[in-house]
Ligand binder design. Structure first.
Ligand SMILES: Nc1nc2c(c(=O)[nH]1)N[C@H]1C(S)=C(S)[C@@H](COP(=O)(O)OP(=O)(O)OC[C@H]3O[C@@H](n4cnc5c(=O)[nH]c(N)nc54)[C@H](O)[C@@H]3O)O[C@H]1N2
Ligand SMILES: Nc1nc2c(c(=O)[nH]1)N[C@H]1C(S)=C(S)[C@@H](COP(=O)(O)OP(=O)(O)OC[C@H]3O[C@@H](n4cnc5c(=O)[nH]c(N)nc54)[C@H](O)[C@@H]3O)O[C@H]1N2
Ligand code: SF4
Ligand SMILES: [Mo]
Length: 735
């Protein structure tokens, strides 16, 4: 059970910055270590265990068979109780789709053409590192280390290669810091305002639930190993409700699909509370003993009667009443949230309002009850972050930082002193995934910017690089995988030697450190040392989990209390130890003490001239089942399934614009325009259109994808992106 007094609560940011890697020095000289650090021995023939590196809540475990140093078999481990012997369609042929793909970058490359053109020549490692380090030395001497910026996210979530040595390297340099808030921090900030930063439920327990609300999450696509547990609950009589403006594949399989206007869910949650309190459906004893601020909440939600909430959300008043009654009357009840819904200017407030519901109904009392959110805090408690996290100890917090969401602005801001002169990109593809794509590309196109990209493929970001370095894949390096969606820890062993001249992220930063003459031992810690040290923990969750056991089996479940019902009797990791309907600390910080609905003006309400020209909301969720963000969106097998990206539009909106199913359209706003084919469909509510996230602009007609239309504003708290607040107009292209 999370202990609110322990300083080991890690934010999602800190988890991602798991550049938070460990310490403990080997005391050997840097270059020698560098040579030793790369690989443990991998068998030429035999079986190794590994785990998926993707930014996906499922963190599947796999088994690799090799013969004569080549992969001959790749499959899910069958005895894993959560992932249950199945990899997803994106990853079930991973060795051939990625590691052995003929387009994979296997040698360092140096730019010969214009930035963005994609013309390169091979260069050897030594020469490329020397040239980069010479340019960096000039930048450091002339403009200082703040002129250097890393750009990375969760391309691999392994604790070694996500941001361990690299995090230490940039902190040691004194480079500008990157705020990695693009995913999850907004949701987590909102939820923790009410119930604290803990892990409220474990995913398997959803099978015990009898009322399941999948709220703003497309489980079948984005979290597919949870789905069998949902189905199990249903076969035992659970009712499944999906709340999503889109009729996703998950919504299509639900018992009841509610389709609010995007960005209005906080009003819906407060409206449910209105009914639950008015009709006396709340758990009096739970509220009295384990919550604070009920009196204030009761008065506050009077402002959210069903008629008013119906007006805001576009739902029927009756739907709101029935949802509230059913939710309050059925036990155990579980609300499952993930990430997509946070991508609005009011994202944190939305999550905060929703997080209050289980406290009101006492859903926390039951196994299978409460809120299934993210599980990363369990790993934050269990593992030895103290030794692993050198970065935060050496990083100077007074050095300026840039939010990764606004990378376009950062690279193009005219009055920045010093300007960003060097950008090192790894584990991310900002030309595709960051909002305001045209501004990002403008920044990347700067001739005076030294851009270095570590990658597997020639991504749209890599095309802008001055130097590209070939990164190893998960089959070629050691790593340790924690999870933000389940409770297993997995060791990834290299199954084969690195292909071509590929080197891991950690090794790149060791080599660059040596080239720059940096001497600190923590820059040269080996992969295996990082892993072993990270596992060295006396926390009860780690009982009987060791490196050698993981090596033998591949995975281990954290030793959590069974059943895991942490808030059955309060014990919330909040400052009061209770569920905080009213938060003194947030009120003191100038944020509302109560959860509230902060309206995002709809295009109809917003009378500004600018926005009246763009009357439709655009959302760009992860609708592509075969992409993982922008990963795999260049692979034939994946593209064959996804075919092409469509703009989904409701018949009412299509008719107004004389658009028919299959027409080519131009979707535009002041930031950009995207050309694609439409699908006229009742699957989306009127007033909203949708384009799938992940497609590479270079592969689209007209050279732009969804993020050319998304705003680069920030969410109310947590520093996330308001991707889904875009407004657009759609026109038929007459050919
Ligand atoms: N196949 C696949 N799986 C993935 C990913 C991927 O790219 N592809 N990405 C991974 C990553 S990084 C993440 S963060 C997770 C995300 O996992 P999810 O959060 O489940 O996925 P999203 O598609 O981002 O958003 C979920 C749903 O939110 C809906 N939505 C948008 N705005 C609102 C709103 O205001 N209210 C409500 N109720 N719903 C709204 C969208 O229509 C969408 O269907 O998925 C992970 N898994
Ligand atoms: N419009 C819109 N935009 C979005 C979202 C949305 O829903 N809509 N979702 C947002 C969310 S939630 C997220 S998390 C971000 C995700 O954004 P990113 O984290 O940038 O995700 P990917 O596009 O998968 O890019 C990861 C890259 O890392 C590379 N990679 C993988 N392993 C390694 C490695 O070991 N070493 C190196 N050097 N590279 C490696 C892959 O080849 C890939 O190109 O996108 C965000 N952008
Ligand atoms: S992407 Fe997700 S579902 Fe697919 S193999 Fe990786 S962890 Fe499993
Ligand atoms: Mo994400």
């Amino acid at each position: 059970m999370p202990d609110k007094n322990k300083p080991d609560k890690i934010s999602r940011r800190r988890f991602i910055d798991a550049g938070i890697a460990g310490s403990m020095f080997l005391g050997t000289s840097a270059p020698i270590l560098s040579a030793l650090a790369v690989q443990g021995c991998q068998p030429a023939t035999g079986v190794t265990f590994g785990a998926c590196y993707h930014d996906c809540p499922d963190t599947c475990s796999w088994k690799v068979t090799t013969e004569a140093g080549k992969v001959t078999g790749f499959e899910a481990v069958t005895d894993h109780p959560y992932t249950r012997g199945k990899l997803c369609g994106k990853m079930d042929k991973f060795p051939w789709d990625v590691t052995y793909h003929p387009d994979r970058i296997l040698y360092p490359l140096k730019r010969t053409g214009e930035k963005g053109e994609g013309k390169f020549e091979p260069v050897n490692w030594d020469q490329a590192l020397t040239e980069i380090s010479d340019r960096l030395k000039v930048i450091l001497a002339k403009e200082g280390p703040a002129a250097v910026l890393p750009y990375s996210y969760a391309g691999t979530e392994g604790v070694v290669h996500m941001n361990c040595i690299s995090g230490r390297f940039f902190a040691r340099l004194g480079a500008s810091r990157l705020d990695r808030h693009i995913c999850g921090d907004t949701a987590v900030t909102g939820v923790s305002g009410v119930i604290g930063m803990g892990t409220p439920m474990v995913p398997e327990d959803i099978q015990h639930s009898r009322y399941i609300i999948l709220w703003g999450t497309n489980t079948i696509n984005t979290n597919q190993h949870l789905w069998p547990f949902v189905e199990e609950a249903r076969s035992n009589g659970a009712r499944l409700v999906v709340i999503d403006p889109l009729k996703t594949g998950t919504a299509a399989k639900s018992d009841w699909h509610l389709r609010p206007v995007p960005g209005t869910d906080a009003a819906l949650a407060l409206g449910m509370m209105h009914i639950i309190i008015r009709e006396d459906l709340y758990d009096r004893e739970y509220v009295e003993n384990y919550t604070v601020g009920f009196g204030k909440l009761k008065e506050h939600v009077l402002k959210f009667p069903p008629e008013k909430v119906a007006e805001i959300t576009g739902l029927d008043p009756e739907e709101i009443v029935v949802l509230a009654r059913e939710y309050a009357a059925t036990r155990p009840s579980c609300i499952r949230t993930m990430i997509g819904m946070e991508h609005h200017a009011n994202g944190a407030s939305t999550f905060r309002a929703i997080a209050g519901l289980p406290g009101l109904t006492g859903a926390w009392r039951h196994q299978g009850g409460g809120m299934l959110n993210l599980t990363f805090s369990l790993f934050g408690e269990a593992l030895n972050y103290e030794d692993y996290d050198i970065t935060s100890k050496i990083e100077d917090p007074s050095i300026r930082s840039f939010n990764m969401v606004q990378i376009g602005k950062a690279l193009t801001q005219p009055d920045l002193i010093p300007p960003i002169r060097a950008l090192i990109v790894y584990n991310s593809n900002p030309a595709v995934i960051a909002p305001n794509q045209n501004l990002v590309k403008k920044g990347l196109a700067r001739e005076d910017l030294l851009t270095v990209v570590l990658e597997h493929f020639m991504t749209d970001t890599a095309r802008y690089a001055d130097y590209i370095f070939p990164a190893t894949t998960q089959l070629e390096h050691w790593d340790l995988q924690t999870s933000w969606g389940q409770t297993y820890i997995s060791l990834n062993q290299p199954a084969i030697a690195p292909m071509g001249e590929a080197k891991s992220n950690a090794e790149f930063f060791r080599l660059l450190s040596a080239e720059l003459g940096l001497v600190e031992d923590y820059l040269y810690e080996s992969d295996l040392n990082i892993i072993r040290k990270f596992l060295k923990s006396s926390h009860p969750y780690m009982k009987d989990i060791s490196f050698s056991k993981l090596k033998k089996n591949g995975w281990a479940k954290l030793n959590l209390p069974d059943p895991y019902v942490p808030y059955a009797q309060g014990n919330f990791p909040t400052s009061s130890g209770k569920c905080e309907f009213y938060s003194e600390s947030l009120a003191a910080a100038g944020i509302s003490g109560l959860p509230d609905y902060l309206p995002i003006l709809s295009p109809q309400q917003d009378q500004s001239e600018e926005n009246s020209r763009f009357p439709l909301f655009l959302i760009s969720p992860k609708s592509a089942a075969y992409f993982l963000n922008s990963s795999h969106a260049n692979q034939e097998r994946h593209l064959a399934v996804e075919k092409e990206p469509f703009l989904d539009i409701n018949p009412v909106d299509a008719e107004k614009r004389e658009i028919r199913d299959g027409d080519m359209v131009k979707v535009s706003n002041k930031s950009g325009r995207v050309m694609l084919r439409v699908r006229v469909t009742e699957n989306i509510r009127s007033g909203v259109v949708s384009i799938p996230h992940g497609w590479w602009p270079s592969r689209m007609e007209g050279g732009s994808s969804a993020n050319a239309l998304t705003p680069d504003g920030l969410t109310d708290q947590g520093g996330g992106s308001n991707f889904h607040d875009a407004r657009v107009e759609v026109e038929r292209i007459i050919i």
